[in-house]
Design a protein around this ligand. Structure first.
Ligand code: C5P
Length: 288
């Protein structure tokens, strides 16, 4: 059995620089990962197919073309054509919510299948699969703090991000990534600064906040509540939303903020921490 964590990704900053002729947008984004997320388990001896568990399993049931299954098909077509396997996806992250749930699941599936087939984790064919599966999948395959360029797939790993307490909050609305990008105002507000990733994030922005807020006004309420909490160093929407994150100066302030959010709303709320300097490494994979 292979158990592979699929941690949530955050875009600490996301600068949209240009529309591209291929329908995508040219980005600069600071990818970071947190300690919690979905979990993909492969049981080589089990009956082939995908089984969903967890609080957000229902959001995916009936979806025949789940990214996990697409990742498995692509892996068998391009990397190693082994027998179909049983895959369990424990869906703990809200679906279509800007924290890379589906992308993280696809990346974890590729890592797990690579382990099973004894394919090195840095095999370039895994990156090819990731790029074909979605713009955020290469960052999730890498699983560590990085500056993303292009449509998000050109990655420069970054060191120096501390393991800060983080709170993730989602108001329960799913937003379409394509719809949010389509509403971008077309104005380039400039690059992400060089140097320390947290300082660059603090000086940066998420250019998808205004178009996402236009589609899901609840996001403004989430941001306002997070920004008002004691000890917040940064509160921002992640990706195309609707999940927002806040970074805190202490675990106590994070806990107090989580309490304030839960008292006021029935929003999804996850107390976690940035994965820190090393991010997720292959050594975090659990083989039992
Ligand atoms: O690559 P992925 O399938 O995850 O992207 C979903 C949609 O988000 C794309 O079809 C596109 O509309 C939009 N997108 C974009 N620019 C990016 C990434 C995604 O316009 N850099």
């Amino acid at each position: 059995m292979i158990v592979e964590p699929a941690p949530a990704k955050l875009n600490l900053a996301l600068h949209v620089r240009a529309r591209r002729p291929d329908g995508y947008h040219e980005l600069e984004t600071l990818f970071a990962f947190v300690a919690d997320g979905d979990v993909v388990t492969i049981e080589p001896a089990g009956a082939p197919g995908l089984t969903l568990t967890g609080p957000f399993a229902a959001g995916l049931s009936g979806e025949g073309d789940n990214l996990v299954l697409r990742a498995e098909r692509l892996f068998r077509a391009r990397v190693a054509n082994g027998a179909p396997v049983a895959i369990l996806l424990d869906k703990r992250l809200p679906v279509a919510s800007g924290i890379g749930g589906g992308s993280a699941d696809a990346a974890a599936t590729l890592r797990a299948l690579a382990r099973l087939a004894a394919v090195p984790i840095d095999d370039p064919r895994l990156v090819d699969c990731a790029e074909a599966l979605g713009s955020d999948v290469p960052a999730c395959l890498l699983g560590r703090t990085a500056l993303g360029r292009g449509r998000g797939e050109v990655l420069l790993p970054l060191d120096g991000l501390a393991s800060l307490p983080a709170l993730l909050v989602n108001p329960g609305v799913a937003v379409s990534t394509a719809a949010v990008f389509a509403r971008w105002d077309g104005i380039d507000h400039g690059p992400i600064g060089a140097g320390d990733p947290l300082a660059a994030a603090l000086a940066g922005r998420n250019d998808l906040e205004p178009p996402a807020l236009a589609l899901a006004p609840e996001i403004a309420d989430v941001l306002a509540l997070l920004q008002a909490q004691p000890g917040v160093t940064l509160a921002r929407m992640s990706g195309s939303g609707a999940t927002c994150f806040a970074l805190f100066d202490s675990a106590a302030n994070r806990a107090a903020a989580a309490q304030a959010v839960r008292r006021a709303h029935s929003w999804w709320c996850l107390e976690t921490a940035l994965a820190g300097r090393q991010g997720l490494s292959h050594g975090d994979s659990l083989a039992a």
